[in-house]
Design a protein around this ligand. Structure first.
Ligand code: NAP
Length: 245
């Protein structure tokens, strides 16, 4: 029997794809959100279905509010209510602070923080109506520690933490929890696009557990926050970083 509906943003690749798969294993019907990678999103849905799960794909740019509202309407029309929202979609960019253009800054803000704002505000009326919801926001170790050459990324990832802590207090009386996962270095396209092999090796050596994380490491933490075990936990930031910070 279905445990309800979970929207996972940026679920076509990397961490989001694994979160979608893990939540489907837990019994949720999944909205596999993607922006550009349609065929990869369809493959994730196929994998979910082959493992006995259920869900749908939905194209939507999380930075665009009317796109997001259409995704919410689709989820409500298809599954009746939204139990879980995982705000995972994100972009990264490596640049010296002095080279960051106003457009780079706006893009980073609009996707990584604006996307969280849009999705939370869009799904909350339904969650409040049903007096139940689990919101899980994906920040980063750089959001708590700051990273050189990623000032705009670090700023918006810190913003996600502020947003989540404040929202957690506001919606707790409505039976909704809001928690944050702050991953360390996780092996996805984002990491391999930004860093060469020797830098990734160095990052693994700098990580106390001695390895780069896997999308599955993060997905299991998300499944915990979505589960009945986490009902009394809200406004928290869980580092999934192998002891990196
Ligand atoms: P990734 O492999 O680059 O995947 C990014 C995902 O986000 C893709 O599914 C992409 O969808 C989606 N996305 C990007 N912009 C979008 C938009 N405007 N609307 C909807 N979806 C959008 O990245 P990842 O490593 O899995 O990262 C996932 C999250 O974890 C991000 O928030 C990232 O900041 C965070 N994180 C990652 C690491 C790491 O080391 N990998 C560490 C800390 C935090 P399409 O391909 O369909 O466009």
């Amino acid at each position: 029997m279905s445990k309800g509906c979970a929207i996972v943003t940026g679920a076509s690749r990397g961490i989001g794809a694994e979160i979608a798969f893990e939540l489907a294993k837990s019994g949720f019907d999944i909205i596999v959100n993607y922006n550009n990678s349609k065929s990869q999103a369809l493959s994730i849905l196929e994998k979910i279905k082959q493992n006995g799960g259920n869900g749908s794909v939905f194209q939507c740019n999380v930075a665009n509010r009317s796109n997001v509202d259409k995704m919410t309407e689709f989820a409500l029309r298809t599954y009746g209510k939204i139990d879980v929202l995982v705000n995972n979609a994100g972009i990264a960019q490596q640049k010296l602070f002095t080279d960051i253009t106003p457009d780079d800054w706006s893009q980073m803000l609009n996707v990584n923080l604006g996307g969280v704002f849009n999705c939370c505000q869009s799904v909350l009326p339904s969650m409040i109506h049903y007096k139940y919801g689990r919101i899980i926001n994906i920040s980063s170790v750089w959001g708590t520690e700051g990273a050189s050459c990623e000032v705009h990324y670090s700023a918006v990832k810190a913003g996600i933490i502020g947003l989540s802590k404040a929202l957690a207090k506001e919606v707790a009386p409505s039976g909704i929890t809001v928690n944050v996962i702050a991953p360390g270095c996780i092996m996805t396209d984002m990491l391999t696009h930004d860093f060469d092999e020797s830098t990734i090796k160095e990052l693994a050596e700098e990580t106390p557990v001695g390895r780069i994380g896997t999308p599955s490491d993060v997905a299991r933490a998300a499944a915990f926050f979505a589960s009945d075990f986490a009902g009394f936990i809200t406004g928290q930031v869980l580092g999934v970083d192998g002891g990196f910070k």
